[in-house]
Design a binder for this molecule. Structure first.
Ligand code: GLY
Length: 383
């Protein structure tokens, strides 16, 4: 397996170098031989922007190449202005994979200042009556003060990290309250997840669960499931609250039961159109990283989760990796940003980031541990 992962790592770093030479704006999706521009209204600070910086920082850590480091610094600095932006619930994605990783990999704590401010900014979206962080904003038509989503679980790591650094327990406390609410509102008894929950923002009472990027209100959007798996495992690592571990285990069990033969999920685990519908390679990449995070905290299940992670990653390397691109390219093919919005069959910058995070875990556990602060358990993985 090592040779497959080593080769995929080389291909990934080659793509990142090509992209660094060519990109002028943050990338999101790759189709028809080019990175597609992000829509104008979302261009000024977009939830995906930290994935490009995360790729650059990991590529730098693997190579020690000063050009990659300069690129990582340049693109990270371009995100700094977002530290006071209350208009996104994704400051965790953005600052964890830029400023936090930068500080850890360079040892320069100056990077942390913006990330701490971003963590404080994120808490402005907390609704204390419903005990959730608000997803999205009113768009002039819809009012979303009462809405949260499963993706938000991935933003909590920034809050826990900021508490560890500053001693301000209020940040971690908000993360834990949000995770408790998400567990009750978004995780179903069979270990699957809904995408969205709507609350009455005044009373805090749950009104309904809904789907937004998935197939239907009672189906399971595969990338959302992966965000949840990774997010609850992270919450358990920071809090030791047993319910977060059992939730992450249940999410992993559901995932394991629903993976197709090549282990790369269709965009929704319950789509009635399987197998004649779209894959989401990004869901597979996030799932691998979520399983590794779970393996790091679940002593009994560690070897099983790590082994499943290894098999999914092998399938991504063998079947979804774009090889020998001679110019800008995504690393993986066949992502699905949103099938309901007709956005699929493209490369996705977040699929690429989590693919490289996973390859790093298997090939250079020392870098993985330094960048993500997660202990590697891969010596316990079985074939
Ligand atoms: N907004 C997160 C996702 O599309 O996965």
């Amino acid at each position: 397996m090592t040779a497959v992962f080593d080769d995929a790592l080389k291909q990934s770093i080659k793509s990142i170098r090509h992209n660094l030479d060519a990109l002028e704006e943050f990338p999101e999706s790759f189709k028809n031989g080019a990175w597609q521009p992000i829509e104008k209204e979302r261009a000024a600070g977009h939830w995906v922007d930290g994935f490009w910086t995360g790729l650059l920082w990991l590529a730098y850590a693997h190579t020690n190449d000063s050009l990659l480091r300069m690129g990582a610094e340049h693109w990270t600095n371009r995100l700094a202005h977002m530290k006071t932006s209350t208009g996104t619930h994704d400051l965790g994605f953005i600052f964890y994979l830029s400023h936090v990783i930068a500080g850890r990999l360079t040892g320069d704590c100056a990077w942390y200042e913006n990330a701490i401010e971003a963590a404080r900014t994120l808490t402005a979206r907390f609704n204390p009556r419903g005990e959730y962080l608000q997803a999205w904003d009113d768009d002039g038509i819809r009012k979303w003060a009462g809405r949260t989503n499963i993706d938000l679980m991935m933003n909590l790591a920034l809050l826990y990290w900021a508490t560890d650094l500053t001693g301000d327990a209020a940040l971690a406390d908000i993360a834990t309250q949000h995770a408790r609410t998400s567990r009750l509102a978004l995780v179903r008894g069979d270990g699957s997840t809904a995408h969205v929950a709507d609350f009455d923002p005044d009373s805090g009472l749950l009104i309904r669960r809904e789907q937004y990027q998935g197939y239907s209100h009672d189906s399971c959007w595969s990338r959302g499931q992966a965000w949840a798996l990774y997010g609850f495992a992270t919450c358990y690592r920071h809090t030791g609250i047993p319910a977060f571990l059992t939730t992450a285990q249940a999410l992993a069990e559901f995932t394991a039961r629903h993976l197709p033969d090549d282990l790369v999920p269709y965009w929704d685990y319950n789509s009635p159109h399987i197998p004649s519908t779209y894959r989401d390679s990004s869901a597979a990449a996030v799932t691998v990283c979520g399983l590794l995070e779970l393996a790091a905290v679940d002593n009994e299940g560690a070897s099983r989760w790590a082994s499943l992670a290894q098999r999914i990653l092998t399938s991504l390397c063998e079947n979804y990796l774009i090889r020998d691109a001679s110019g800008p390219s995504s690393i993986l093919r066949d992502g699905a940003r949103s099938v309901p919005a007709n956005l699929m069959e493209h490369g996705l910058i977040y699929g690429d980031y989590y693919f490289l995070e996973a390859l790093t875990a298997f090939t250079r556990p020392d870098i993985y541990q330094r960048a993500l602060a997660v202990d590697s358990v891969l010596s316990g993985a079985s074939e």
